[in-house]
Design a protein around this ligand. Structure first.
Ligand code: AZC
Length: 826
């Protein structure tokens, strides 16, 4: 079957969707694209040729999507995100085009294994963790739902660092993800846009009207790189447009002519540094000048792109809100607000008020955190130096906003100070979350509890002022990548049970509920888990030389390393089990066998997080080697946890660790992936855990720990971790084992900073939740011993987690915030 689509006057033809059609194109790509014969082709040649062949099948759909969108003049979502943690592209493209079998067969006929080529792909790690992965799930869902969306972001030359361990300590290596070729991107240097920085502003007389212009100091080019975002078997391909910085003049001729060759090249390097590297921070802002440059760079490019290129030439910008909603993914892109104002007021010469009225309708803001230190602020000094005009605009927005507040609350100066976009202390700075809240048509949190806390604790004055502005959209994950692709065995079982429709309508999983009571189905479900564990075991052996013991419960904690997520609490549990065995309280021959798997990167400058990584590895090395345990407990920590590893690890898990201090994890999305893949959760009443537990039921979830209000009370009363240490002998022994050097060759000083911190500060109340956690883990062991009961719970977790599809999140955004209906096919 030939897929012919019309794009304006050009006719684009997809290759034939048959084994012969595929093989023909693949061989053409090998010879014409890579310049090699099949006999001489390396695995990388083969992978690149395959990727380019699969691209061809998407091309007609992509061009048609663009064409259809232009004709429909529909409203689009512009998702502004500094991060997209995409994961590998090949398998997703094959799924979208329904080509997997054709390709597998076609390659086999040439003596090539598809899996070998899959493994050749380096994932683009253009994000840190949850926030970036969420953006990737959202663009996948929008494409699948036929909703017009452009994702805008940064094409970092180097993504999140590659983690290695040296003697158990984290060492970072650069992530040179582009080194072997980037077959999924389409660079458009001819469409580059110029972005300005620095300088000063001046006023001038414009036919009797006083206007301001920005006399900038230096500039840089933004080159767009387009990526396809294919919908799931629906003929739609949306666009992800990532910007790469390039110097405006390869050689500054003047300097070059004067013989200062090295200076000229240095200027070029300076400009191109902007998109060089992803800041490897998660949940904490890194107050670096380069980071503000990155933020302004990509939003300025994106706004210019949408206004000048995506919209028709004669478009009346007064109607902009009919065509676009810019969704601000956290505060990173918030500088887009004054940028749009600058474009409308300075360049288009609009009145301030009309520009502000339009701008306010064009933005909405998602907050992803509750940690006060994670709310971005930029010093007025820096902002004024880098973006002087934007600072002026922010001042004026603030002035008018505060005047309005003052009119409603006369005499309340404290309120004005609290709500001001400009903070006066500790230094004068711009509060980006406040700017986003003032400018945005809506502000949302990412799980029900988080949205409540955001409203009541983080932005209480704003929510009192604008109660209707605040809303919730609970996060979700794409079932395409995180079930259908990552868990083929479970997918088959689900399809057997409820039909194929679940991939785009995840609530259909509910149809599996009755099967939880079906003995035969439970056996099949267990066979799937066992198969996935074997698959993981094979991968870890090949990837890291790690051997997984058979017949053990797989207990997994994967997420960024952060004190609030409390990997330390997990370690205290492991050490407690170890201690119990050594004391003869547990018999390794009869106790529940467990594998504890960790995956976590620590921000390179976050010393305590790196200590914790060292601790996990040292505890692991000691326990794994101790013959007294007889292999009952094993700790594994494969380095460089990323999307690709998650795809094999999560489907194999029995137990999902979601143990953040209540009130600290905004949502979590790993928690959803585990539940959907049939792991039971041990978790606190935090983030989306709350909704997971409500849906799967108390009997199928292990709840422990303080509730958020109890945390607040305890902290207010003056939390003393040392008391818990003194009063719980098991806790004391666990901490003492670490302090005494049991895991560090007898040298107690190695983990002294961590121990000291736990006993005197313990900002995230690990010691307060220890007893409750240990008791819950004992309940886990008992429950796991009941094989049928555990399987029943696992099936119910899958059946009741359909709510956590990112498709549902997208419907909620559309309904509550965006109002961007799907554009259906002609
Ligand atoms: C994360 C939150 O920590 C996590 O709870 C949430 O699931 C995820 O966003 C997606 O909403 N936040 C971040 O990664 N980064 C920041 C700056 O908060």
């Amino acid at each position: 079957m030939t897929d012919k689509r019309v794009n304006g006057s050009a006719v684009v033809t997809s290759p034939q969707n048959t084994v012969e059609g595929f093989v023909k194109e693949f061989l053409r790509e090998l010879s014409f694209g890579q310049g090699v014969t099949l006999e001489r082709a390396s695995v990388n040649d083969q992978y690149l040729a395959l990727a380019r062949t699969v691209r061809q099948y998407l091309m007609a759909r992509w061009l048609e999507t663009l064409q259809r969108q232009r004709e429909a003049q529909a409203k689009s979502v512009a998702y502004l995100s500094a991060e997209y943690l995409l994961g590998r592209q090949l398998d997703n493209a094959l799924l979208a085009t329904d080509l997997t079998e054709v390709v597998e067969e076609g390659l086999a006929s040439l003596g090539i294994e598809l899996q070998t080529l899959r493994d050749q792909e380096t994932e683009p790690g253009l994000g840190n963790g949850g926030l970036g992965r969420l953006a990737a799930c959202f663009v996948d869902s929008l494409a699948t739902m036929s909703v017009p969306c452009i994702g805008y972001g940064i094409r970092y030359d180097y993504g999140i660092f590659r983690q290695t361990f040296v003697d158990g300590w984290q060492v970072e290596q650069p992530d040179n993800w582009l080194a072997l070729g980037a077959p999924w991107e389409f660079p458009h240097p001819e469409a580059a846009v110029t972005v300005h920085f620095g300088g000063r502003t001046e006023t001038y007389d414009d036919e009797g009207v006083e206007r301001t212009r920005w006399v900038h100091d230096w500039d840089v080019l933004g080159v767009p790189f387009n990526y396809m975002v294919p919908g799931y078997q629906n003929g739609r391909v949306n666009t992800l447009r990532l910007w790469s910085a390039k110097a405006t003049q390869a050689f500054d001729l003047q300097i070059f002519n004067s013989g200062e060759y090295v200076d000229a090249v240095r200027a070029q390097t300076f400009a191109e540094n902007i998109s060089k590297v992803l800041y490897p921070e998660d949940s904490t802002p890194q107050g670096k000048e380069l980071r503000l440059q990155q933020q302004y760079f990509f939003v300025a490019c994106s706004i210019k792109d949408f206004v000048d290129y995506v919209l028709p030439e004669d478009f009346d910008l007064h109607r902009l809100p009919e065509r676009i909603i810019f969704q601000l993914n956290d505060t990173h892109p918030v500088i887009a607000v004054p940028e749009l104002m600058r474009v409308l007021v300075d360049e288009k010469k609009w009145d301030w008020d009309e520009a502000w009225a339009v701008t306010q309708q064009c933005f909405a803001y998602t907050c992803h955190t509750l940690l006060p230190e994670a709310l971005e602020v930029w010093s007025v000094e820096l902002m004024g130096r880098l973006l002087p005009r934007h600072l002026e605009i922010i001042y004026r927005i603030n002035e008018e906003f505060l005047a309005e507040v003052a009119a409603k609350h006369p005499g309340d100066d404290a309120l004005l100070e609290r709500m001001s976009i400009i903070a006066e202390r500790p230094e004068r700075s711009v509060r980006m979350a406040y700017l986003a809240t003032v400018a945005g048509s809506k502000v949302n949190g990412v799980a029900a509890l988080h949205s409540d806390l955001l409203r009541d604790k983080v932005l209480p004055d704003f929510s009192a002022y604008w109660p209707d502005k605040f809303t919730n959209v609970t996060n979700g994950v794409t079932p395409r990548r995180f079930v259908r692709l990552s868990n083929p065995a479970l997918s088959e079982l689900i399809t057997e049970a409820v039909g194929v429709g679940w991939v785009t309508d995840l609530e259909r999983l509910r149809g599996m509920e009755p099967l939880a009571d079906d003995q035969e189905f439970r056996e099949k479900f267990r066979a799937v888990k066992a198969h996935n564990k074997e698959r993981l075991s094979t991968l870890l052996q090949a990837r890291d030389g790690i051997t997984l013991p058979a017949d053990a419960m797989l207990d997994v904690m994967v997420k960024r390393l952060h004190e609030y997520k409390r990997q330390t609490l997990k370690v205290l549990h492991i050490v407690t089990l170890y201690d119990r065995v050594l004391r003869g309280e547990l018999d390794p021959a009869t106790m529940q066998k467990r594998v504890f798997a960790f995956g976590a990167k620590a921000a390179p400058g976050y010393h305590m997080a790196k200590q914790i990584i060292g601790l996990i590895n040292h505890v692991g090395a000691t326990i794994n080697d101790d013959p007294r345990l007889g292999g009952a407990l094993t700790v594994v920590f494969p380095p460089n946890y990323n999307v690709t590893l998650a795809e094999t690890l999560i489907p194999a898990a029995d137990l999902s660790e979601q143990i953040s201090l209540a009130g600290k994890e905004a949502s979590g999305t790993g928690n959803m992936k585990f539940a959907l893949n049939g792991a039971l959760t041990i978790g606190t009443d935090d983030g989306a855990n709350v909704e997971i537990r409500e849906l799967v039921g108390d009997d199928n979830f292990f709840l422990f720990g303080l509730l958020e209000p109890q945390v607040a009370d305890l902290v207010a009363a003056g939390y003393q971790p040392g008391r818990y240490y003194e009063e719980d002998p098991a806790l004391k022994r666990a901490v003492d084992l670490i302090a005494s050097g049991t895991f560090s060759g007898g040298d107690g000083s190695v983990f002294a900073p961590l121990v000291q911190n736990l006993l005197t500060e313990d900002r995230f109340l690990a010691l307060a939740d220890y007893r409750s956690y240990i008791d819950a883990q004992d309940r886990v062991d008992a429950a796991y011993a009941d094989v049928e009961g555990w399987t029943r719970s696992a099936i119910l977790n899958v059946a009741r987690s359909g709510f956590f599809s990112s498709d549902r999140s997208m419907w909620d955004y559309i309904d509550r915030i965006w109002h961007t209906p799907p554009v259906v096919s002609r």
